[in-house]
Design a protein around this ligand. Structure first.
Ligand SMILES: NC(=O)c1ccc[n+]([C@@H]2O[C@H](COP(=O)([O-])OP(=O)(O)OC[C@H]3O[C@@H](n4cnc5c(N)ncnc54)[C@H](O)[C@@H]3O)[C@@H](O)[C@H]2O)c1
Ligand SMILES: O=C(O)C(=O)C[C@]1(C(=O)O)C=C[C@@H](O)C=C1
Length: 367
């Protein structure tokens, strides 16, 4: 992480995060931890969410109604579910300072981009961090969620270049990677890589519903493929409905893929070629490193479903002076699962693997 800036160097004086949930909260934490705003105000329709955000130190102040206080804001981020983005923009627009930089994090871009133009919010740049989780709410927010994420910025012909450049700087300062494209191009791409996978996860989960034998046998493959089905149903429903034109196109391409694969069942050579292409593509997806470590050496330790297993791992390594730089619980299996340990070097990985194997743990290094 870059060193926090001194107060004189902050990018923004007063940032307003409208919607202090998973993404708004993570962004607020990023602003705070990196010293990018002097003051962060949380605005939300839920008083509980606001209180929680304040108690967790995500925001400095909370507001429950739009008003004159908004004029002090030089950064306003709309981070509410897609269905309420436009109503929220209409509520806030009359109070915004004309020079404020305004952006959003919604999953669909065309409608909000044109609405903001209609509302006369000049310095608006539509945005979408390509990172998240199926677990919503501020209690799951963390700055690292957005670090290293590709963050789409979707200006229109009307977007001032200065606003685009300011929001690009913001995204970079948050440790993410801005990628600029028009709103309709964004919507068409996310239909394939985000909204279609969501519908596919629903189709797959529906196939195991009401048959306990199927749920019993559902292992890592099924769980990995269907994780996003655990997201907030209403929010996800709204996201896909908002992008239905592009999604229909992605769905028809998906159906053609399934039909081709079904036909290939009678042609094992073709199916092998499809499998090899799938492996090449999946293996070459860029690795997004969520850790704050510049370089990681990972060891994955299987966790038996018994008390104090994490304690045993950390104590065994601590006793031999192996420094754990990063630790993550992987929900691979719900009864047990695994721990990912980020260590300092390959030598530390080998040493830790030896120690933990002697202690009876099953380990594997990631690379
Ligand atoms: N969850 C993800 O993985 C993800 C990733 C990228 C972008 N997004 C987008 O980010 C936005 C927020 O998603 P999230 O996952 O943080 O959701 P969330 O449910 O965690 O948070 C949304 C917050 O908005 C508040 N809210 C709802 N209606 C409101 C209104 N009318 N006025 C003010 N506040 C209101 C809620 O009380 C809640 O605190 C969505 O548009 C979503 O499409 C989500
Ligand atoms: O759950 C995750 O890991 C996500 O990144 C969620 C995800 C996605 O589909 O990839 C979901 C919706 C958002 O608009 C962006 C990201």
């Amino acid at each position: 992480m870059t060193a926090p800036k001194s107060l004189q160097d902050t990018l923004f004086d007063t940032a307003v995060i409208a919607g202090v949930g998973l993404i708004g909260g993570s962004l607020a934490l990023g602003l705070r931890q990196r010293g990018l705003a002097r003051k962060i105000i949380g605005y939300d329709a839920s008083f509980d969410a606001l209180q929680e955000a304040e108690a967790l130190g995500v925001v400095h102040e909370i507001k429950t109604k739009p008003g004159e206080w908004l004029r002090d804001a030089d950064l306003v981020v709309l981070a509410v579910p897609v269905r309420v983005l436009i109503p929220l923009a209409r509520e806030l627009a009359p109070f915004l300072n004309p020079s404020a930089l305004v952006t959003d994090v919604g999953s669909v871009k065309s409608s909000i981009a044109s609405e903001m133009e209609g509302l006369g919010v000049r310095n608006f740049v539509a945005g979408h961090p390509m990172a998240g989780s199926e677990r919503g709410g501020v209690s799951h927010a963390r700055a690292a969620l957005l670090e290293n994420a590709v963050w789409v910025l979707a200006p229109t012909d009307q977007t001032p270049l200065t606003a685009l450049s300011r929001v690009r700087t913001l995204v970079e300062e948050l440790g993410a990677a801005p990628v600029v494209m028009p709103p309709d191009a964004h919507d068409s791409l996310v239909a394939t890589v985000s909204h279609l996978p969501y519908l596919a996860s629903l189709a797959l989960t529906h196939m195991v519903a009401r048959d306990e034998r199927l749920s019993l046998l559902a292992a890592g493959g099924f769980r990995d493929l269907t994780r996003v089905a655990s997201g907030d149903p209403r929010m996800s429903r709204d996201m896909v409905v908002e992008n239905k034109a592009a999604l229909r196109d992605a769905l028809s391409r998906f159906r053609r893929q399934l039909e081709r694969l079904e036909a290939d069942l009678d042609d094992p050579e073709e199916l092998l070629a499809a499998a090899q292409e799938g492996k090449r593509t999946r293996d070459s997806l860029p690795v997004v490193k969520r850790s704050l470590l510049p370089q990681k050496h990972d060891l994955v330790v299987a966790m038996p479903d018994q008390p104090n297993q994490i304690g045993l791992v950390t104590q065994a390594l601590g006793a031999q002076h192996v420094n754990i730089k990063d630790i993550e619980v992987l929900a691979i299996r719900e009864d047990g699962g695994a721990l990912r340990l980020g260590l300092e070097s390959e030598e530390a990985v080998t040493q830790a693997a030896d120690i933990l194997t002697r202690e009876g743990f099953e380990v594997r290094s990631r690379r």
